[in-house]
Design a protein around this ligand. Structure first.
Ligand code: ZN
Length: 269
């Protein structure tokens, strides 16, 4: 009973450790394979025993074993978050067993990979205000490819999804740029939502943007309220869009059904 969720959590923790490497090295255009994991301060290679997700951080008291400099808390946090994300996918977004085919496995694996990669995408956007093409373009290509396999999504679903996700943000960005006289939408955000649309279709893409915009607005209002935000302040949109995708994919159907039932009740008196 506990084996599969335990495996999901352990897989998530290990993947989170790899995400830490991506978050540090991709924006600096460094190889993600070489050199092996090392302390960012003293460059000492990290022994396998000191590279166990979360546990090593706790065991080492949050300090590098050789130079005793503090290890950033973001490392164990990203690992814990990814472990939790893997558990959430296991619980809320399990693979549907009917019809089980290699095509459905490829589609599911691609969707889950995209969901999990939202974690490093968001961290990189938070730190550098950029979503590297490396994360978004492969999903556009793969999603367009698998749309031609038998089963869902169909090529037309993927196309509508790309137009809904990418097109809407492109339009919002164009209007925003005219009004604000500066770039209002990052190209990375547009590609991210085009990829989400290609993988899940137009409805999920639109719901994701809706939730993302709501979350981003709340964040902006809170920042303005505590006066940390002026009009020049840049808010990375990627983490909010990413959270929007998570909500839309994991809970979109349930939310839509409960809204529809409210409308039905109102209409029925
Ligand atoms: Zn060190």
């Amino acid at each position: 009973m506990f084996i599969i969720p335990l495996m999901a959590a352990v897989y998530g923790l290990i993947l989170g450790s790899f995400f830490n490497v991506l978050i540090c090295r991709i924006p600096e255009k460094k190889s993600i394979f070489r050199p092996a994991s090392h302390c960012p301060k003293c460059k000492t290679p990290i022994k396998p025993l000191h590279n166990i997700p979360v546990f090593s951080y706790l065991f080492l008291g949050g300090k590098c074993h050789s130079c005793k400099q503090p290890i950033p808390i973001t490392y164990p946090l990203i690992e814990t978050l990814t472990g939790g994300a893997a558990l959430a996918i296991w619980y809320f977004y399990p693979p549907s067993l009917q019809p089980l085919s290699w095509q459905s496995i490829v589609v599911y694996a691609t969707r889950v990979s995209f969901l999990l990669l939202i974690i490093p995408i968001s961290m990189i956007d938070l730190r550098h205000y950029i979503i590297p093409d490396l994360f978004t373009l492969p999903f556009l290509v793969i999603a367009a490819g698998i749309a031609f396999l038998p089963g869902s999504p169909t090529p037309l679903t993927a196309l509508y999804g790309i137009l809904a996700g990418g097109g809407l943000l492109l339009a919002i960005g164009a209007i925003g740029s005219l009004l604000l006289k500066k770039d209002a939408m990052g190209g990375g955000d547009i590609k991210l939502m085009a990829a989400a649309g290609a993988l899940w279709g137009a409805q999920t893409a639109l719901l994701s943007i809706l939730f993302g915009a709501l979350l981003g607005s709340v964040y902006g209002i809170v920042l303005m309220a505590i006066r940390k935000l002026n009009s020049d302040h840049q808010i990375p949109f990627g983490p909010f869009l990413g959270a929007g995708v998570w909500i839309a994919v994991l809970f979109g159907d349930k939310l839509m059904n409960s809204w529809l039932s409210v409308f039905d009740r109102l209409a029925g008196g």
